[in-house]
Write a protein that binds this ligand. Structure first.
Ligand SMILES: Cc1cc2nc3c(=O)[nH]c(=O)nc-3n(C[C@H](O)[C@H](O)[C@H](O)COP(=O)(O)OP(=O)(O)OC[C@H]3O[C@@H](n4cnc5c(N)ncnc54)[C@H](O)[C@@H]3O)c2cc1C
Length: 397
């Protein structure tokens, strides 16, 4: 049975993240966005808030909460800025859940625990200059050399790359096997041959960091390989099931932020002798935002419910990500429309909302990729082999 009532613990968490973000992040985000500046204190502040391991068991340094709680954190953070939620997506959703799902006990203790505690910032490196939607185009490769691998390659458009400590990356170990020849590796800053850089002058998510990872003859001990050799593609896709969930949940924060800004402005701005909120064409835009908020929220709640039960949720999470992020883009676009010329300036946040929304529409699967996936499911071209997902079900004890 699906129960929409939040637990007392979830309500407390939601309220706590809301208050903390308003106080700690909201005052500086607009200026950081204008300057394209990532504040290095952001991750330590999220650690202080206690959300860097929200859904991982306490024995791995986490808070032991469920996946709905993770979604609520993402929604509240993105209400303030997409850059904050993006950190949750790469740190918890993509790399953290990946290590939690696929790591050995030793790997979880060694790599996940410090990440969950917020001592180390983890990111996820899949995309390359010639490989985005089509992962098989990657050129990174790792060659086995006794008990080590020698890794070479480059990752690009990696959120948090220049500030991360732990990197979950993917490379071919047997190129001729195509998807079945990809393996996953956990890298740590300081490994000889590993360097990172930032991408500047981005269109959106400007208060966040995005960059690249350069991997030059990195000698990786075999115990840094996640899963078996050749498991990399499966691992990457299961990581995306979790990353996309955090993006979907975050998108409802962005829709709500656009809606709240629009309501406030529409009530105060007058044209033709009355507040624009009383013009029906303005009301239509506001109604669409309200409807899309509910639709997007119900979609991620369903995905979170499946995750809590340990059930496969690839289709549901993809749908939530596609509908959530495109709705967030539409909501931000309409919010600018409602603000008229003022929406076109930095005086109001709605322009930032639109630029940020475009980023989340693109990453973790473009709309085209999600449409293909949805169509393949309903046409019967794609079927999940396993009904259970690799993410452990939420346990209350
Ligand atoms: C702000 C930001 C942060 C990011 N963070 C990360 C990160 O942390 N880690 C990471 O690994 N990556 C990250 N990415 C990369 C992101 O996941 C990729 O950009 C995305 O998957 C798309 O890949 P691409 O840019 O190479 O576009 P391409 O794959 O080259 O696609 C270009 C266009 O072609 C369309 N297209 C491609 N294939 C098909 C098809 N079969 N049918 C129809 N249309 C198609 C796409 O939808 C798109 O419109 C980030 C990107 C951005 C913008």
């Amino acid at each position: 049975m699906i129960d929409f009532e939040l637990t007392e613990e979830q309500k407390w968490l939601q309220e706590n993240v809301r208050k903390f973000s308003e106080k700690e992040f909201a005052p500086t985000i607009p200026e950081d966005d204008i300057k394209g500046h990532y504040d290095p204190e952001t991750f330590p502040k999220l650690a202080k808030l206690g959300v860097t391991g929200v859904c991982f068991p306490e024995k791995y340094g986490g808070s032991g909460l469920d996946y709905i709680s993770l979604g609520l954190v993402c929604e509240e953070l993105e209400y303030v800025d997409t850059s904050l939620r993006t950190i949750m997506s790469v740190h918890v959703g993509l790399s953290g859940c990946g290590i939690y799902q696929w790591g050995t006990e030793e790997q979880k203790q060694r790599f996940l625990k410090p990440m969950a505690k917020g001592e180390k910032f983890g990111v996820f490196g899949l995309t390359e200059p010639d490989a985005g939607s089509d992962v098989s185009g990657m050129k990174s490769h790792a060659v086995k050399d006794g008990n080590h691998y020698i890794l070479n390659g480059q990752k690009i458009w990696i959120s948090g790359a220049d500030y991360a400590h732990t990197f979950l990356v993917f490379a071919y170990t047997q190129k001729e096997k195509k998807h079945d020849g990809i393996s996953a590796f956990i890298l740590e800053r300081g490994m000889p041959g590993l360097s990172t850089f930032s991408i500047h002058n981005k269109f959106g998510i400007r208060a966040g960091n995005v960059g690249g990872i350069v991997m030059q003859d990195i000698k990786i001990p075999a115990e840094h390989r996640l899963g078996e050799e050749g498991d990399g593609f499966k691992i990457a896709m299961s990581c995306l099931d979790n990353g996309r969930f955090t993006v979907a949940a975050g998108s409802t924060g962005l829709i709500r932020a656009s809606l709240d800004a629009s309501i406030k402005y529409a009530k105060s701005r007058k044209t033709f002798g009355k507040p624009i909120a009383e013009h029906q064409l303005v009301q239509e835009m506001i109604a669409k935002m309200a409807a899309n908020y509910d639709a997007a929220k119900l979609l991620w709640l369903r995905a979170g419910w499946l995750k809590n039960k340990g059930l496969r949720n690839t289709r549901e999470t993809s749908l939530a990500k596609w509908i959530g992020t495109t709705s967030a883009f539409d909501a931000a676009n309409d919010a600018i429309e409602i603000h008229g010329a003022y929406g076109y300036s930095d005086e109001y946040p709605v322009g930032r909302f639109l630029r940020n929304a475009k980023g989340e529409v693109i990453y973790e699967g473009t709309p085209e990729i999600h449409k293909l996936l949805q169509a393949e499911y309903v046409l019967g071209i794609r079927q999940d082999k396993e009904l259970r997902c690799k993410l452990p079900a939420y346990q209350t004890n």
